[in-house]
Design a binder for this molecule. Structure first.
Ligand code: NAP
Length: 247
């Protein structure tokens, strides 16, 4: 029996990277994965890739910062499936720069997508989960939200905010049987990290006790555990997938 049979899981920013690996992992374990991402073509392609393997996925092009879009999509999903069991807040961006030179736009857009997008999707889903007195929310933070990083003050603030938001929402929702946790990935090989110079990659990997970058699948494996009933007594936690980078 699959761990997530008959579950409906919404994953934001899941047309590629870590989000896609999570959507694929949950679908191969019985869930219907709902892919939400910015570009319709990328969404269609991601849905097709899961469908081609014989698993279930549907998709919507939407921006997590657009309250109206998210409200109407979540309502449509709830009406179609009569439940939304899992929300993975994964959509995230970086706009790096030193504080001295950081443009206000770069601060605002990172906080908006990463932190406010997480708030919007959580707020719009929680009323459906509360109705059912059941649900799991998982927020994709980052080790940068725990340890900070020169040149990433906006990203660190957004991810640190997500960790605090995770704890608050876990406390607010626990009485309705809704669990909320966060994953803090370390240095994971995706398009977000592929433009880094070899020197930066070498410096990072030298600091990682397991001496390698992680894969999107490393994150998806923990995600599968945390959204399943195997983790039914875990809430409000932030768990690192970082090869031992910070401990
Ligand atoms: P990625 O490869 O850049 O993928 C992110 C996806 O999110 C893209 O498909 C992107 O769409 C989409 N997206 C961006 N803004 C969005 C919005 N406003 N609404 C909906 N979708 C949006 O990133 P990743 O490496 O897989 O990272 C996924 C998550 O893990 C992020 O939250 C990131 O901060 C976190 N994380 C990553 C690492 C790492 O090393 N890779 C480490 C720690 C944490 P477009 O392609 O159209 O922009």
């Amino acid at each position: 029996m699959n761990k997530l049979n008959d579950k409906v899981a919404i994953i934001t920013g899941s047309a590629r990277g870590i989000g896609f690996s999570i959507a694929e992992k949950l679908a191969t374990n019985g869930a219907t994965s709902v892919i939400i991402d910015l570009d319709q073509q990328a969404v269609d392609l991601a849905v097709q890739k899961i469908d081609d393997q014989g698993f279930r996925a549907i998709g919507f092009a939407a921006n997590v910062t657009d309250q109206e879009q998210i409200t109407s999509i979540f309502k449509e999903i709830y009406e179609e499936f009569d439940a939304v069991d899992i929300l993975i807040n994964n959509a995230g961006i970086t706009k790096d720069g030193l504080i001295m030179k950081m443009k206000e736009d770069d601060w605002d857009s990172v906080i908006n997508v990463n932190l406010k997008g997480t708030f919007i999707c959580t707020q719009k889903i929680c009323r459906f989960m509360m109705k059912k007195r059941s649900g799991v929310i998982l927020n994709i933070a980052s080790v940068i939200g725990l340890m900070g990083n020169a040149g990433q003050a906006n990203y660190a603030a957004s991810k640190g905010g997500i960790i605090a938001f995770t704890k608050s929402s876990a406390k607010e929702f626990a009485s309705r049987n809704i669990r909320v946790n966060a994953i803090a990935p370390g240095f994971i090989q995706t398009e977000m990290t592929e433009n880094l110079s070899q020197e930066v990659v070498d410096n990072y990997t030298a600091a990682i006790p397991l001496s390698r970058m992680g894969s999107a699948d490393d994150v998806a494996n923990l995600c599968l555990f945390l959204v399943s009933d195997d983790a039914s007594y875990i809430t409000g936690q932030t768990i690192q997938v970082d090869g031992g980078l910070i401990m």
